[in-house]
Every structure is written in structure tokens, then in C-alpha cells.
Design a protein around this ligand. Structure first.
Ligand code: GDD
Ligand code: MN
Length: 375
């Protein structure tokens, strides 16, 4: 199992050597993992890259990418891409150079992947996790981006801590499916965006509580500086785009439902015109809609989590079971409703149950049971 630790650096000459030592020291306790380190440095004026080159002479498995100063997001996109495509990592673990996230915690994250999770996020916002030493400004900043934007605007609910760098990500079937080349984040909005992209692959997430400490040496690069406004604007933009992308999938699902409804009506009418018993006709019509919904949802609405190959048939059976649930919901609503209100209300009740009960129910069931991560 090959782990690539990705460390973005900008003026971290006093931290990076200690960080390399710390990762290898912890790694040694787990011979079943092969640890390599990839540093992405933006030609730091303090000469961080020189320190890295000295360590490359001391240890094998240290790689260095250097480029012009472009921001944390760009550095991470480059690092992730290199770790997947060139270094062929099985797991990537991004972390900061400054020891705010304790590198000795990385085995806790990797063990979660061994248990079957795909993304294990070090978190300050689950029981047992916390932050030491933030001032009110830093805290306000974090709350706005993390709660207001990431949770409410973008609607990324897979985790509670969206802003940190430290996490373990499975490459096979997960990170390899993320179109990193399309990601354009310059600043820290990358952290939210990558979580969203990972969620689209159907990844299973878990949060691991950790304590976020104060910096060991040097100064933070994120805060009130000339990039601050650019990064905040990018974060807001990114949150809105994520929300729109999510609604697009819901919109497609509604269109698929309408097509299914039309198919059901047409098949039923044709069969009835051929003097087939209406009960039988409607059953065939419903199955026609179910087949159309399954195919269109698989190749369009949920194409990012497409079901392929031999699993297809059993998923189709499950899909039929979920659809039976939808039929039952409509039957019960219309049955109970007309009992109290009178038969004249059947159509309103049916439409009501479709919009308020069936649509949310099946969207949830599809995401939860049908188009979920293949394990
Ligand atoms: N290559 C490169 N280029 N590295 C950068 C850049 C850049 O433009 N800006 C920051 N870094 C590196 C730093 O050297 C450090 O290793 C890491 O990214 C995090 O930067 P800090 O300066 O320590 O920022 P922080 O303490 O505010 O970071 C917190 O917020 C970030 C954004 O949400 C932590 O929670 C980070 O984990 C998180 O990514
Ligand atoms: Mn830091």
C-alpha cells in the first residue's frame, strides 16, 4: 500500500525538515505501508526548496515540485495530480507543513480506509476534536466559510469540517475519478471543492476527531493579505456553483420522472385500446416507466455514479422494489385521502403525493440504495 503525503509549502524552511522526519518516524511503525512525501513549493523566498533537496539526499521517496506563487489551491491540484498519475499512490494524505495538524495522527486516518471508508477527514468539529489558539477574527472567518457557505449555501453535508487540509483519500475508484484538470481553485476554496468532487464519486466519508494546534514556526499565509479578497470571492463563487451543480442533478431526476409518467400513460392507453384489462395495462405501463427511469437515471442523472456490468440486474430489481414503495405511497395517500374528502379529490391527492412524498422519497432512496458507492 503506497501512501503519498502531499505537503504544500510557502516559506516553511523551519518546518519542512521536521515534518519530513515526523512522517517517516510515524510511518516506520507500520511496515505494511510505504510512505513517500511530495512537497509542492511555490519557489518560497526563504529557500524551503533547498532544505527539501538536502533531505532528498538523506532519504529516498521524497519528491519536490516547484512552481511560481499561485496560491494553496493550485499547489494542491498539482500535488494531487502528480501523486495519482506519476507516483501511482494508493492513498494520498495532504497536510500542512506547520504541525497545526499533528502528522503522527495520520495512521488513524489510514486505518479508517482499511476499514472500508474512502475518505477520512481530520476534523475539529466532531466529539473529541477542537481548535487551540484562534482569535475572534480567525474564528469568525472559519464559521462563515465552514457553516454558512460550505454547509448551508453549497450543501456539502458529508462532513462538518470542510476547511482543513489533513485527510486520507483512497485513489482507486475514488480520487482517480475526480477530474482534477477541471478544477481551477487558486485559494482555499479547493478544500470544499475537492470534498464535493469526492462525494460525487460515491465515496464513503468519515470524520476523525483531532486537535488543531498553533503553528510550530513561521507565519500563517492565510488571512488578511493581498490574496484575502480574491480567495473569499472564490469561496463564495465555488459554494454557489456547487449548489447549482447539485440542483442540476435534481432537475434531471424530475425530467426523467416526467418522461416516465408519459411512457406509462401511452403504454396504458395503447393496451387498453387493444382491449387488454385496464389493471394489466396499467401494470405494464408502470413497468415501462420503471425501465425508462432506471435507464435514464443511470446514464444521465446519476451518470457520475453509473452502474455497470454484472451488478446491473440486481440493482434493477432493487430499483423495482423502491418503485413499489412509490406506488404504495400513492395508493395509501389516495385511499386514505378520498375516504375522508370524497372520491372527487383523487387526482389532487395523487399529484400531492407525487410532489411532496414520492419525489423526495425516491430521490433519497436512489441516492442511498441504488446509485451509491460500489463496494
Ligand atoms: N505551495 C503553496 N502555495 N503552499 C501554500 C500557499 C501557496 O500559495 N499558501 C499556503 N501554503 C501552505 C503553507 O505553507 C502551509 O503548509 C499550508 O499551505 C497551510 O497554510 P497556512 O499558512 O498554515 O494557513 P492556515 O494555518 O490558515 O491553514 C488553515 O486553513 C487552510 C485553508 O482552509 C488549515 O486549516 C489548512 O489545513 C487549510 O488548508
Ligand atoms: Mn497553518
Amino acid at each position: 500500500m503506497k501512501i503519498v503525503h502531499i505537503i504544500p509549502t510557502y516559506n516553511e524552511k523551519d518546518n519542512i525538515g521536521l515534518m519530513i522526519e515526523a512522517i517517516f518516524k510515524t510511518g516506520k511503525k507500520y511496515p505494511r505501508w510505504k510512505n513517500e512525501i511530495l512537497v509542492v513549493d511555490d519557489h518560497s523566498p526563504d529557500g524551503t526548496e533547498k532544505t527539501v533537496r538536502q533531505y532528498q539526499k538523506k532519504y529516498p521517496g521524497i519528491y519536490l515540485l516547484t512552481k511560481k506563487k499561485e496560491g494553496l489551491g493550485k499547489a494542491l491540484i498539482m500535488g494531487y495530480t502528480c501523486a495519482v498519475q506519476k507516483l501511482h499512490a494508493d492513498i494520498v494524505i495532504p497536510n500542512d507543513a506547520d504541525f497545526q495538524w499533528e502528522p503522527a495522527d495520520f495512521p488513524k486516518l489510514v486505518k479508517k480506509l482499511e476499514e472500508g471508508y474512502d475518505v477520512a477527514v481530520a476534523s475539529r468539529h466532531v466529539k473529541g476534536g477542537k481548535v487551540i489558539g484562534w482569535n475572534w477574527f480567525r474564528k469568525l472567518n472559519h464559521d462563515i466559510s465552514n457553516c454558512l457557505l460550505a454547509w448551508w449555501v453549497a450543501g456539502v453535508h458529508e462532513v462538518k469540517d470542510h476547511a482543513g487540509n489533513f485527510k486520507a483519500i483512497r485513489v482507486k475508484g475514488i480520487l482517480e475519478k475526480v477530474p482534477l484538470y477541471k478544477m481551477m481553485n487558486a485559494g482555499f476554496s479547493f478544500q470544499l471543492h475537492i470534498l464535493y468532487e469526492l462525494s460525487k464519486t460515491g465515496a464513503k466519508f468519515v470524520e476523525v476527531p483531532v486537535i488543531f494546534k498553533e503553528r510550530k514556526f513561521g507565519k500563517s499565509k492565510i488571512g488578511l493579505n493581498k490574496y484575502y479578497l480574491r480567495d473569499i470571492v472564490e469561496y463564495i463563487r465555488s459554494s454557489i456553483l456547487i449548489r447549482l451543480d447539485r440542483s442540476a442533478s435534481f432537475f434531471k431526476y424530475v425530467v426523467v420522472g416526467i418522461v416516465g409518467f408519459v411512457i406509462q400513460t401511452v403504454i396504458s392507453k395503447i393496451l387498453i385500446a387493444l382491449f387488454i384489462n385496464p389493471g394489466v395495462a396499467v401494470t405494464f405501463g408502470a413497468e415501462g416507466a420503471i425501465i425508462s427511469n432506471f435507464i435514464l437515471n443511470n446514464y444521465w442523472t446519476f451518470s457520475h455514479k453509473k452502474i455497470k456490468g454484472k451488478g446491473m440486474f440486481s440493482k434493477f430489481i432493487q430499483f423495482n422494489l423502491v418503485s413499489l414503495g412509490s406506488i404504495a405511497i400513492q395508493g395509501v395517500t389516495v385511499g386514505v385521502g378520498t375516504f375522508f374528502l370524497g372520491n372527487a379529490y383523487w387526482f389532487i391527492l395523487m399529484v400531492f403525493s407525487i410532489i411532496f412524498l414520492v419525489i423526495p422519497y425516491s430521490y433519497f432512496a436512489y441516492n442511498r440504495f441504488i446509485w451509491k458507492s460500489e463496494k
